[in-house]
Design a protein around this ligand. Sequence first.
Ligand code: BG6
Length: 501
Amino acid sequence: MFSKKKIEDQLLVIFGSNGDLARRKLLPAIYQLYTGNFLPANFVVVGAGSQEKDEDAYRNDVEAALTEFLPREIAAQSDKLREFLKRVYYKKVHNQTTNDFEGLRDYLYDLSDKLEIRRNIIYYFSIPPFLYETVAFNLVQYGLNNEEEGWKRIIVEKPFGYSYDTAIELDKKLHNGFNEDQIYRIDHYLGKETVQNIMVTRFYNGFFEPIWNRKYIDRVEITAAEKIGVSGRGGYYDDSGALRDMIQNHLLQVLAVVAMEPPAIFDSDSIRNETVKVLQALRPIKGSEVAQQVVRGQYIATQVNDTLHQGYRQEQGVAPNSKTETFVAIKAFIDNWRWGDVPFYIRTGKHLPARVTEVVIHLKHAPHQLFKQLCLTQPNNMIILRIHPDAGIAIDFGMKIPGAGYKVHNVEMAFKYADLAETKIPEAYERLLLDCMVGDSTLYARADAVKASWKFVDPIIQAWQVNTNIPLYFYECNTWGPLEANTLFGDSYMKWREPKE
Ligand code: BG6
C-alpha cells in the first residue's frame, strides 16, 4: 500500500506524547503500522513529555490510548499489544528547558546503542505551535540534528505559522540546523487515500483530463463540512478560525491537487513543483474585494431536536465577543491557461448538518439544449470526488426516463472506494508517518507551498481585522451556514450543494 523505498531501523520521538493528537491519532497509527508489519525489525517509540513518569507508567498510558481509539483491534490482539508495548519508551523532557535535551540526547544514544541500530531519528512535534522554534533550537544545541551517525527528520504539525510573515520566520528558524529535506510539514489531508486518488483519477485515465479545463468546466465546489463544533479546542480555535484552521492548509492543498498540471514523472519534486504553481497562481483577493468574495459566519446557540448546542461564544476558551469565524466560504480564481476565469468555491464550517468533504466539478451545459422543454430537472453534469465519508467518485448526468417521449432525469453513477479495497483503507496518519520513515516527502507540504497559501489567505484576514464593516454572519447549528454564502455565485438561481452523509 505504501512507498517502495526501503525502511531502515529507527527511533520515533514524540514531543507532546501525553497530548490529544498523540493519543488519538499518532499512537493508533503507529500501532496499525506495527500490526500490518510495515515497521522495521528495530523500531522504537520514545514518548517525550513534561510529566515525570517511568516507562511502565507510559506504557500503561499508551495501552489506554490504544484501547480507547482502537477498541476492536486491541480486544482481538492482546499478544500483539504486549509485543508492541515493549517498543515503547519514555523520557521526561521539558520543551523549554534546553538542558533537558542533553539528557534526551544521552537517552536516545544509549537506546540506539543498546538496540544496536543507527541513530536514525524522527522527532514528531505534536506540541503547541509556539514551541516549534524552541524545540528545534534545543535539539540543535545538543547536536540532535547531526546526521553523521544516522539521519534526523522533524515532523511539524499545522498550523505552520500564523501568517505569511510568521511562516517565513518559522521556516528560517527551522532551517537554522535542519535542511529542507529534513523538515516534514504534515497536512493530514494529503495523507487521505481519496485525495491521492484524485491524481490517479486524473492522470491514469485518458478521459478525464481532456475535459479538465476552462473549456468544459463551469465551476468547482470544494466543501469540508463538519457536524461538530470546536468542542474542547476553543482556546486554540479562537486565535485561528476556519480560514487558518482548514482553508490555508487542507483545502488549498486539495485545490492544488485538483487543479495541478500533470507532472512529467511521478516523484516528490515533480508533483510538488506542480501543486505549488497552482497556489502561486491563485488570484489575490484584495482588501476591497473581500466583502464580495468571502463570506464568514459563526454558529449560535441552537436547539436541535433534544439537544441544545451552545453557541461558539459560549464555548470554553472563546472570548464572549469573539469575531472568529467558524464558517467561511470563498470564491477564488486560478490565473493560468487551464483555469482562466473558472471560479473555485471553497467552503468549510463547524456545526453544519453533515460531515462531508467533497470536490464537485460542475461541467458546462451542452451547447444546445434539445430536451430543455422535457426535462424534469435542470441539466446538471457533475463529477463528484467524495473524500469523506463513502469515499469514491460519482458522475451525475441526464438519462431518458423509459417510456413514451423524451423526458430526462438526472441519475448518478457512483463508485465507492471501499468496494475496491480488500484490506482496510489506511488512515492518513499511517500513510504519512510511514512516508516520513522511508524519507518520502511527496505528501508533505513544501515551504514554498505553505508560503503561497499564506500569501492568498493573509489579505483576507487583514481585511477582516481592519474593516469592521465586513459582516460576520451568525448561523444556527445544523444549517449550511449563513444564507449569504450563496451570494458568492452572483446568480440568484445558484446555491451551494447540500450534500448528504
Ligand atoms: C484539523 C482541524 O486539522 O482537521 C480540525 O484543526 C478539523 O478543526 C480537522 O476538525 C478535520 O479533519 P478530518 O480529517 O476529520 O476532515
